[in-house]
Ligand binder design. Structure first.
Ligand code: ADP
Ligand code: MG
Length: 353
């Protein structure tokens, strides 16, 4: 009977804990790509080149020309909570870089075979290090030829998390999700160039040169039908949340397309996020300008005082909450409405002439 069976509480094995944590941060290859892009951008890179095999499940290679990683830091690179970006809890409030928890590489190394080749400008050679379960392999880092910057090679992602593998939809779909993330960072990351291709292919699926401006980035990625109808939306105000800035581009009422809906690109303090309340509010404004069911192309980068932004609400950092969300959204909506109605009346005026 049930009384004779005593249920005991036991600690989980450390490797199990680490794999559970890893699976919450990296749920698909595209999540890994987001973390890797953020790291490369944080490292001051101006070129980032990505190669993908089987939707990232067989292999992801990302090469940047950033600061590189100190050879002496390689042994702890993939331990949880090791980071060069945060030292006190309070630092979370003023963190300017994308990464902040030192969990991404730890997670990736728990659920894949990870190789890092890196060179700082002070080192005569590059160093190659391989990791298993978050630990640098016994034989340590080896000197190899290489340029300044960092290459990461991630092989067999989720090889030891079979349930995760089963939940994914296969290479093509995962590749499209990866390209989507790279596209979004490409729009936002001024002065950074990007390429992406599939392993074995001779041609890149995306080439963004570092010096391309935002409009041309949008044109390369989303086509001239979007780029030709863009309006600038640069705002700055002193709201209750403190100084608020918004920069971005949004299509005018000439652009409509319900066939190929492009999800809004929102960055808050340089982090790619989803912000459904803002998306709904903007689409509502456009509902009186566009035919039913059509939505604009939206790229907005908001900057808020970091004190008002809670970056730590979701493991994948996809959702960001900020204080006075309503006030900020109302402000954007008012400015957008003013802009659209003035464009609209000037167009009516020119057509009447
Ligand atoms: P976080 O970004 O939160 O610090 P990560 O696990 O993503 O944690 O990275 C751990 C550390 O490894 C970073 O703080 C950084 O010092 C270093 N790092 C990771 N990727 C790169 C890169 N591409 N170039 C230079 N340094 C890197
Ligand atoms: Mg990071």
């Amino acid at each position: 009977n049930s009384e004779s069976q005593t249920v005991r509480i036991r600690p989980l094995d450390k490797s199990v804990v680490n794999k559970i944590a890893a699976g919450e941060i990296i749920i698909a290859p595209a999540n890994a790509i987001k973390e890797l892009l953020e790291n490369s951008i944080d490292a001051g890179s101006t070129t980032i080149d990505i190669t993908i095999k089987d939707g990232g499940l067989k292999q992801i290679t990302i090469t940047d020309n950033g600061s590189g990683i100190n050879k002496d830091d390689l042994p702890i690179l993939c331990e949880r909570f090791t980071t060069s970006k945060l030292s006190k809890f309070e630092d979370l409030q003023s963190i300017a870089t994308y990464g902040f928890r030192g969990e991404a590489l730890a997670s990736i190394s728990q659920i894949s075979h990870l190789t890092v080749i890196t060179k700082t400008k002070n080192e005569p050679t590059a160093w190659k290090a391989q990791f298993t379960d978050g630990m640098l392999n016994k034989n340590g880092a080896k000197p190899v030829a290489g340029k300044n910057g960092t290459s990461l090679i991630i092989e067999d992602l989720f090889y030891n998390v079979k349930s995760r593998l089963r939940a994914l939809r296969g290479g093509n779909e995962e590749y499209l999700k990866i390209v989507d993330v790279v596209n979004r960072y490409s729009v936002h990351s001024k002065n950074v160039g990007f390429t992406i291709k599939k392993t074995g292919s001779n041609s890149n699926d995306l080439i963004i040169r570092p010096n391309l401006n935002t409009k041309d980035r949008i044109k390369v990625i989303y086509g001239s039908s979007v780029a030709n109808d863009l309006i600038d939306l640069s705002l700055q105000a002193n709201l209750d949340v403190g100084l608020f800035k918004c920069e971005g581009m949004i299509t005018n009422s000439n652009y409509y397309n319900n066939k190929k809906r492009i999800q809004p690109i929102f960055f808050i303090n340089n982090r790619l996020v989803a912000c459904d309340p803002l998306k709904r509010a903007i689409n509502q404004v456009y509902s009186s300008y566009l035919p039913k069911g059509h939505t604009p192309f939206i790229y907005l980068a908001l900057e808020l005082d970091p004190v008002n932004v809670d970056v730590n609400v979701h493991p994948t950092k996809r959702e960001v909450r900020f204080l006075h969300e309503d006030e900020v959204i109302d402000y954007i909506v008012r400015e957008l409405e003013a802009k659209l109605s003035s464009l609209d009346s000037s167009r009516k005026f020119t057509t009447q002439q």
